[in-house]
Design a protein around this ligand. Structure first.
Ligand code: GDP
Ligand code: MG
Length: 366
């Protein structure tokens, strides 16, 4: 009631259950001599986790000796119809044929392939999400998922609006780009023209004295796709120091999730830190549960998943949202409590939003 009075003196007719915007809160605070702090939803959640002794910036991520090399996580970007899906399919199929003969692959939003570079077997993780989602919707708390972007440009079409958009996204996120000049099998293909065009966007080919790797490929005929994968690893090695701590409770991002008739909630998660085990108590957004089983993209059961590994997780009691932070809790009870507190916060936020709409509508009626 006191606040309503102050609002009245400020010339605003408010009700006790009304939502106020941030600047009004600040003014109100000054009027009554309170120090108002606006806490973002992210900060609030961090504080919630701290109450359960989970520190997202904990020292297990700082100590050098704890950190071990991890595979790069790669997103394929580019203009529509330039061959992103075809490339992802070619990479996946080629690898499946080499690896698991007869394995039935499913689209689970991410997959891992093995590449031999200079006699060494190395892994690359691909995010198989359409368009630019990996850069926008899936930005889990500022923790970028993508380490390297493959920019696909069709050699018969050249740089197009979404090519430029993709470059902007990657450059803003400081993600190095490897250029795949695609469709070189086509009669009208002009890979040199693409090189010239991209130079204007700061992507200068190595052969022109720049530091961007360009690989001429045909996703359709599987030409040079192996060279493209090598270029990804070479770029990651040259530009990035990709390491993670495998010896801590796992955390990562939810890539996609759905309800399966027989298996319940199925979530694809990308482990970013720690190692995920069958039996771990987990929280993803407002969902919680216990890892009942883990499957790779070939439907093969896994007992554990190290950093940069995408894995399908069974055992959540509800379906989380893509982009949700995913983490292992010390025990089932803690996992449930975190999820329930988040559910309460979400409900309160929805209620506040509804009230705002209702009060605006009643204003209009007056
Ligand atoms: P996206 O929109 O970037 O995902 O493009 P798609 O992968 O769906 O490819 C668009 C069309 O180009 C499809 O008909 C593909 O079969 C075709 N395509 C993709 N890569 C190549 C290629 O290397 N050569 C040729 N000739 N066609 C290709
Ligand atoms: Mg596509």
């Amino acid at each position: 009631a006191a606040l309503v009075t102050v609002m009245f003196h400020l010339g605003e007719m408010a009700t006790a259950t009304q939502s106020l915007d941030e600047s009004t809160f600040q003014i109100l605070g000054e009027e009554i001599g309170w120090n108002i702090q606006i806490v973002s939803a992210e900060e609030e959640d961090k504080e919630l986790l701290q109450q359960f002794d989970i520190d997202l910036d904990g020292e297990e991520l700082q100590e050098d000796e704890d950190l071990k090399p991890r595979p790069p996580v790669v997103t394929v970007m580019g203009h529509v119809d330039h061959g992103k899906t075809r490339l992802l399919d070619t990479i996946r199929k080629t690898n499946v044929i080499e690896g698991e003969a007869g394995g039935i692959t499913q689209r689970i939003g991410a997959y891992q392939v093995t590449v031999t570079l200079e006699g060494e077997r190395r892994k690359i993780t691909f995010l198989d999400t359409p368009g630019h989602e990996a850069f926008t919707a899936m930005r889990a708390r500022g923790a970028e998922l993508t380490d390297v972007a493959i920019l696909v440009v069709a050699a018969d079409d050249g740089v197009m609006p979404q090519t430029v958009e993709a470059i902007n996204h990657a450059q803003a996120a400081k993600v190095p780009i490897v250029v795949a000049v695609n469709k070189i099998d086509k009669p009208g293909a002009n890979p040199d023209k693409v090189r010239g065009q991209l130079t204007e966007f700061g992507l200068v080919p190595e052969e022109y004295g720049g530091n961007t790797m360009f690989v001429d490929i045909s996703a359709k005929q599987n030409i040079n796709v192996d060279k493209l994968l090598e270029a990804v690893l070479l770029t990651a090695d040259a530009d990035l120091d990709l390491r993670a701590n495998p010896n801590m409770d796992a955390r990562g991002a939810t890539i996609e999730a759905r309800l399966d008739k027989g298996r319940g909630a199925v979530a694809t998660v990308l482990v970013q830190q720690g190692t995920l085990h069958v039996g771990d108590a987990i929280v993803a957004g407002t969902s919680y549960g216990r890892v009942r089983a883990m499957l790779d993209e070939n439907g093969k059961h896994m007992e554990e998943a190290a950093p940069s590994t995408p894995v399908q997780v069974l055992g959540l009691t509800s379906v989380p949202t893509a982009g949700d932070l995913f983490l292992v809790a010390p025990d089932d009870r803690t996992a449930r409590q975190i999820a329930e507190k988040r559910q309460a916060t979400e409900r309160a936020a929805q209620l506040a939003k509804r009230r705002k709409i209702v009060s605006l509508e009643s204003l209009k009626e007056q």
